[in-house]
Design a protein around this ligand. Structure first.
Ligand SMILES: *Cc1c(COP(=O)(O)O)cnc(C)c1O
Length: 397
């Protein structure tokens, strides 16, 4: 079957897809429709935190689909409350709300901040966000996302967002007015190119928000759930946000989004927000199994150790290949930047040699393997990446 041809015929042409049809996955590996095996260092864009078809995830899915899949939020359901309790007990937050995706969760967090503005800040509604950020694809989140390429095709955009320079506290202080209700930031910009701010940036923003009485929302859709070497990335910056948003890696591949809030910021009242699918028994039971495993097996510190190993190996490649300009990352969210626009060529070369990487930008490759990746996988990935950088090919086993 020519799947790419079928895609061209039937699917809206929004995705730039790799020339690969994946039909099966196990652990850090996936297989294509011709039975070839690939080491997956993209993990569904940081979604398959425990790799593909992890036994705990499969067990939770199969157990729950036989028991109860969906009820709506007109009723109490058990997995939703268990996952909520687990998140609250392992964060600095007090309340949760579940939805179905990252964009929906961040947008819900913005609605929460607007309610806070209405109730506590004399009607303030504006949210300050960063250039180079990514917060999702709904119209409001496109306005929040400080990247013209996502915004231009859809103007005019919903109002109430101010995009300022990232990693610059002054840009935030200058943009803050009596209309501001919150600052919304990623602790590390994922889609924007793995941009890591100076270590004291978040602390400065936290202090500024406290001084002005406005909320700090952290979008940890990509950085959270252990990805950066701690359960939440914010733990590494010595701060606590008022609201934090999760999605991607939270349920091992099943769609889910979560808004976590402090007591102070938890101002939604009955009927003020909602969802049909969000927090349903299937998604939240798998979320519970995934998060419980991540916490009990101390996966964040494993991710930290594996990330350091990968970064060490990449640093050696940087010494060998002069056209690598920078290696940056935290935990298992890592970027390799080039002096020229060769990322696609390198990614395709890796693919040919059995390794999936993400050419996030023309000059940048992102590595976001499953958090359960082992040293031998990292060695293999570094070997294949080195061959690709040498523009050499090997035969797939
Ligand atoms: C991926 C991502 C989103 C959007 O998540 P979707 O599930 O695609 O809606 C939002 N914020 C950040 C930081 C992300 O990485």
């Amino acid at each position: 079957m020519d799947w790419p041809q079928l895609e061209t015929k039937y699917y809206m042409p929004v995705f730039e897809r790799m020339p690969l049809t994946i039909v099966k996955g196990k652990g850090v590996y996936v297989w294509d429709d011709e039975g070839r095996r690939y080491l997956d260092f993209v993990a569904g864009i940081a979604v398959n935190s425990l790799g593909h078809c992890h036994p705990q995830v499969v067990k939770a899915v199969t157990r729950q689909v036989k028991m109860l899949i969906h009820t709506s939020n007109l009723f109490y359901t058990v997995p939703q409350l268990q996952l909520g309790e687990l998140l609250v007990n392992n964060s600095s937050m007090e309340k949760v709300f579940f939805c179905n995706s990252g964009a929906e969760a961040v947008e819900g967090a913005v609605k929460l901040a607007r309610r806070y503005g209405h109730i506590k800040l004399g009607g303030a509604y504006e949210v300050i966000t960063a250039m180079g950020s990514f917060h999702g694809r709904t119209l409001a989140m496109v306005a929040a996302t400080g990247q013209p390429k996502f915004q231009k095709p859809y103007e005019p955009l919903p109002s109430g967002f101010v995009n300022v320079i990232y990693d610059d506290i002054r840009a935030i202080t200058v943009a803050t007015t009596e209309k501001t209700c919150a600052v919304l930031l990623e602790p590390i910009q994922g889609e924007g190119g793995v941009n890591i701010p100076h270590h004291d940036y978040l602390l400065q923003v936290r202090k500024w928000c406290d001084e002005k009485g406005i909320l700090l929302i952290l979008d940890e859709v990509q950085t959270g759930v252990g990805r950066c070497g701690s359960l939440f990335a914010y733990e590494q910056y010595g701060i606590e946000p008022d609201i934090v948003v999760l999605a991607k890696g939270l349920a091992g591949g099943v769609p889910i989004g979560a808004i976590l809030s402090s007591l102070k910021a938890s101002v939604f009242d009955r009927g003020e927000h909602g969802t049909t699918f969000g927090g349903n028994p299937l998604a939240t039971s798998v979320g519970y199994a995934t998060l419980k495993y991540i916490i009990d097996s101390n996966i964040p510190s494993h991710a930290k150790a594996m990330g350091m190993m990968l970064m060490d190996g990449l640093a050696k490649l940087k010494d060998e290949f002069g056209f690598i300009t920078e290696i940056r990352g935290k935990g298992l969210l890592i970027a390799v930047e080039f002096s020229a626009n060769i990322a696609k060529e390198i990614a395709l070369m890796c693919l040919k040699n059995g390794l999936i990487v993400n050419n996030l930008k023309p000059n940048l490759i992102r590595l976001i393997p499953p958090l359960i990746v082992q040293p031998e996988h990292i060695e293999k990935a570094l070997h294949i990446l080195r061959l690709a950088l040498k523009r050499e090919s090997v035969n797939l086993s």
